[in-house]
Design a protein around this ligand. Structure first.
Ligand code: F6P
Length: 323
């Protein structure tokens, strides 16, 4: 088995609170084992451009509580093209990287799997994404922080909604899935939740709102994932059907920023450490995830080809609680 003496680490895709804590965990777990660490700036683009910087215990001091990523990140569609990947492979070899840790979401894991397949480099993925849509892990670094940020924002919106007796549609992130929307909806006591995975009838949603209004509900909150439809149009339709006062609030990028919660930091520390330990133990292509509170290793081939499903019981419970 090839000795692992130098590990590369990068953050990729949409940033997530706790990525810095994960970088810190990777660097310190590696240096603890006398292994050198090269940080790659701007995700996969940094591999293509050879944008590397050495890291050690001190360079990752004071970052555990900081949002964003000190390594920075980009979305890198170029990496889908073979000619760019070949440039990246040359740079990986020139820098003497024996393994790579990728901190990122779905797309980042897919790209990591391709690197291992094409060049045989050992790769590990630390799932980090506010979307929590990575197969093989029940939780991703940053998800808890994003949900808390959104719940706090919706609590504030609820205040003004109640004062003005309004309905609010609050759009949260989630282009392809409703993980954030479901947890935010249940956590803030929303009257309805719309997610891309579950078809809905707006007419029915409106009946629920009107019934509530007749029973003396002064405000209603509908949480919708951005992938669940065009929010502006949905607001117009609800106005038309209910004849009530309806407003839209799009939470947007505030969900990606801010200091990570304790939960996100702990997860980052555990998974970052597991990724390095597993590489040292000879794992070639895996995701360090968490299931039922326990750390698990999942082959990247599975992560790249399977889709994580939402928990529909949260949807049912949200509706049941909205009386
Ligand atoms: O990080 C994931 C995500 O937040 C999605 O929920 C969202 O649709 C997307 O990123 C938007 O990110 P960007 O504008 O950076 O591509």
């Amino acid at each position: 088995m090839r000795m692992i003496k130098t590990i590369g680490v990068l953050t990729s895709g949409g940033d997530a609170p706790g990525m810095n804590a994960a970088i810190r965990a990777v660097v310190r777990s590696a240096t603890d084992r006398k292994c050198k660490v090269i940080g790659i700036r701007r995700g996969y683009w940094g591999l293509i451009e050879s944008d590397f910087e050495p890291h050690h215990s001190r360079t990752v001091g004071g970052i555990i509580n900081r949002g964003g990523t000190i390594l920075r990140t980009v979305r890198c569609p170029e990496f889908k093209a073979k000619q760019y990947r070949e440039r990246a492979y040359k740079n990986i070899m020139a820098a003497g990287l024996d393994a790579l840790v990728v901190i990122g979401g779905n797309g980042s894991a897919t790209a990591a799997n391709v690197i291992h397949r094409e060049m045989g480099l050992p790769v590990a993925v630390v799932p980090a994404s506010i979307d929590n849509d990575v197969y093989g892990t029940e939780d991703t670094v940053g998800f808890d922080t994003a949900v808390n940020t959104a719940v706090e924002a919706v609590d504030k919106i609820r205040d003004t909604a109640t004062s003005h007796e309004r309905i609010f549609v609050v759009e949260v992130m989630g282009r392809h899935n409703g993980f954030i929307a479901l947890e935010v909806a249940l956590g803030c006591g929303a009257e309805a939740v719309l997610v891309p995975e579950i078809p809905y009838h707006l007419q029915q949603v409106c009946w629920t709102l009107m019934r509530g209004h007749k029973r003396g509900k002064f405000s209603s909150i509908i949480i919708m994932a951005e992938g669940a439809g065009a929010s502006q149009q949905i607001v117009q339709q609800i106005k038309k059907i209910t004849r009530l006062r309806v407003r839209l609030s799009v939470l947007g990028y505030i969900q990606r920023g801010g200091s990570p919660t304790a939960h996100s930091r702990l997860l980052a520390a555990r998974l970052g450490n597991a990724a390095v330990r597993n590489i040292m133990a000879g794992y070639k292509s895996h995701l360090a995830g968490i299931m039922k509170g326990q750390i698990v290793t999942v082959p990247l081939q599975r992560v790249a080809t399977k889709r994580k499903r939402i928990d529909r019981s949260i949807y049912t419970l949200t509706n049941q609680m909205a009386q």
